[in-house]
Design a protein around this ligand. Structure first.
Ligand code: DX5
Ligand code: ZN
Length: 219
């Protein structure tokens, strides 16, 4: 089933509980949590304490996107905070295999993300070991950026790689997803659609999420 994962990066942080509950009521499938360290990306957001406190306000799974250097040092804290998926960047991790194995040992779903300039072949040897592959369609660090059009080709290649080698792996796209491009992303083979500004910048979250779902469920 195709899933929508609103990114709270574009939510009103002073009203986080309400914002999360509103997107849950609007039909969100996952909550996407963007963790930034000011090193791997030029921005800072939040870490395990915030995730642990919002864990109480929703039943939706947490899709935690770690845009941090040396993520292996902090995985345990994100496990304890109540993550369901933990995704690390291939560019940030030298011993990717070990970190993925660690996340899975903890009983969580393990994901790998790659930046727009990173070739897909970087994750080829690990595709059978992961639960989720996240393709960045903007340079990570900020919400509200424009979808990089040529990433569509990489997504199609990723779909083929998954179908051929690891059909259970979920394919996720992150960055610049909106009502205009979601159909082409669906056709390219995406399973999970992260949407930050497209959801939170329009007051009627339900209208946006349901319109997205309508496109995803159209034949
Ligand atoms: C970018 C983040 C994204 C971002 C998406 O660094 O990883 O998850 O919040 O926001 P939009 O949908 O506005 O591009
Ligand atoms: Zn993200």
């Amino acid at each position: 089933m195709k899933q929508i994962a609103p990114s709270i990066l574009s939510a009103d942080f002073s009203q986080l509980t309400e914002e999360i509950q509103k997107v849950e009521e609007a039909g969100a499938d996952l909550i996407h949590l963007d963790v930034m360290d000011g090193h791997f990306v030029p921005n800072l957001t939040f870490g395990p304490p915030v995730i642990a406190s919002i864990r109480k306000v929703t039943r939706l799974p947490f899709d935690v996107h770690l845009m941090i250097e040396k993520p292996e040092r902090s995985i345990q804290a994100f496990v304890d905070a109540g993550s369901d998926f933990i995704t690390v960047h291939a560019e940030a991790e030298i011993h990717l295999n070990r970190t993925i194995a660690f996340i899975k040992e903890k009983g969580l779903k393990a994901g790998v993300s790659i930046n727009p300039a990173t070739p897909l072949c970087l994750i080829e040897e690990i595709i059978r070991d992961i639960d989720l592959l996240m393709i960045m369609s903007v340079n990570p660090g900020f919400g509200g950026q424009i979808f990089i059009q040529n990433i569509l080709e990489k997504i199609k290649k990723a779909r083929n790689l998954i179908d051929e080698k690891a059909p259970d792996v979920l394919l996720e796209v992150d960055g610049g997803v909106n009502l205009e491009n979601i159909r082409s992303l669906k056709e390219a083979g995406i399973d999970i659609f992260v949407a930050g500004s497209a959801v939170f910048k329009n007051k009627d979250y339900k209208q946006t999420i349901q319109s997205m779902k309508k496109i995803l469920n159209d034949d």
